[in-house]
Write a protein that binds this ligand. Structure first.
Ligand code: LMR
Length: 349
């Protein structure tokens, strides 16, 4: 049976990658949940190639839905020991017809158990949550960490937002005939995601916000193009970004959700985190974090990253009406998702 008892699974301690420069600090990264066909597997492969990662530890499988009295399994603590960054893609993916929230019953407990191990083994690690529903699993992680006096809101990130940015950039670049490698974060600056109703927003004022941001953080996003869209195109594009995850789920027809693009996005995020903790200035990424930007206690916005994680939340900037409406529409469901995660920990742990 795959439930109840933790199955002991091999931990792959991979040799350090060939690199052109050495990171100045030890930068061990742990990936929890890297079984076959799972997004953690291509993610591990990409991290293995990254010059920022000194050591990679991937926990192959995590089958137990609940693990009691978590001191083990030994392989999990081995995997986590000494990690600067922990990435959690474990859990089940959507099948066609499912919402992300439909994954809650299976994935909530998995995240809670893995975070318990993180709190005990490497409480200072930067924690990157990929497991859906991220709107709920990030609050779950926060509540578990609080119980272990290990919660620091600067170090807990929901990173599926990065995937929305990657998608936004790809679609915007495609629409405008731009080089996607030169448009990161430019046309679409922030996303509300993981909500069936919402997603990345392409706004006419993106250019203004970017100009302001570049003024504040001169090293951010050099060389990007400024783009704007007609209202109709903006709507079409937004819907496409909103539905991109579902498009992949449907195309895979039961075999899972996006693995390669998610791995690409998560690797990009982890690389940024590692560079920031290594002292690089002006590193900006979007993630779903504890937040006072909106009335919801967690939200996705661009973040200035530093040695201790989030150094500054860069907020939403000025919204055009189209964006403000999407934000408003997203709120009730987002609030519900967050409350559900908090309640889960209060009742079960
Ligand atoms: C995605 O957007 O691809 C992920 O959130 C996975 C999913 O279920 O869509």
């Amino acid at each position: 049976s795959s439930h109840g008892q933790p199955r002991s699974q091999p931990v792959h301690h991979l040799p350090p990658p060939v690199r052109h420069h050495r990171p100045s600090l030890a930068s061990k990264v742990a990936v929890l949940g890297a079984k076959r066909r799972h997004r953690g597997q291509p993610l591990s492969l990409l991290l293995k190639q990254s010059a920022s990662v000194s050591q990679l530890s991937s926990l192959y499988d995590y089958s137990a839905r609940r693990v009691s009295g978590f001191d083990g399994p030994a392989s999990l603590s081995d995997c986590l020991k000494g990690s600067r960054v922990v990435v959690i893609p474990a859990g089940v993916p959507r099948k066609p017809g499912m919402t992300r929230d439909d994954l809650f019953n299976t994935n909530a407990g998995i995240v809670a158990d893995l975070i318990t191990a993180v709190a005990k083994t490497c409480p200072k690690a930067m924690i990157c949550i990929v497991t859906n529903p991220v709107n709920s699993t990030v609050p779950i992680a926060a509540e578990i960490l609080k119980k272990h006096n290990a919660y620091d809101p600067r170090r807990l990130f929901g990173v599926t937002t990065t995937l929305d940015i990657v998608r936004s950039n790809a679609f915007v670049a495609e629409a405008k005939g731009l080089d996607v490698s030169k448009t990161p974060g430019e046309a679409v600056e922030w996303t509300l995601k993981q909500l069936s109703t919402t997603a990345a927003l392409a706004g006419e004022r993106a250019g203004d916000r970017r100009a302001q941001r570049r003024h504040d953080h001169p090293s951010d996003q050099p060389g990007g193009a400024s783009v704007s869209f007609k209202a109709q195109d903006r709507e079409t594009l937004t819907t496409r970004i909103q539905n991109a995850g579902t498009e992949v789920v449907n195309a895979k027809a039961g075999a899972g959700s996006a693995t390669l693009s998610m791995a690409f996005a998560a690797e990009k995020f982890v690389d940024s985190v590692l560079q920031a903790i290594d002292g690089k200035r002006g590193v900006i990424e979007c993630a779903f974090v504890e937040s006072t930007v909106t009335e919801a206690p967690y939200f996705s916005t661009p973040l200035l990253l530093g040695r201790d994680g989030v150094e500054e939340n860069l907020g939403l900037g000025n919204l055009i009406e189209f964006e403000a409406k999407l934000l408003q529409a997203a709120m009730p469901e987002l609030q519900q998702n967050i409350a559900k995660g908090v309640k889960f920990v209060k009742e079960r742990y």
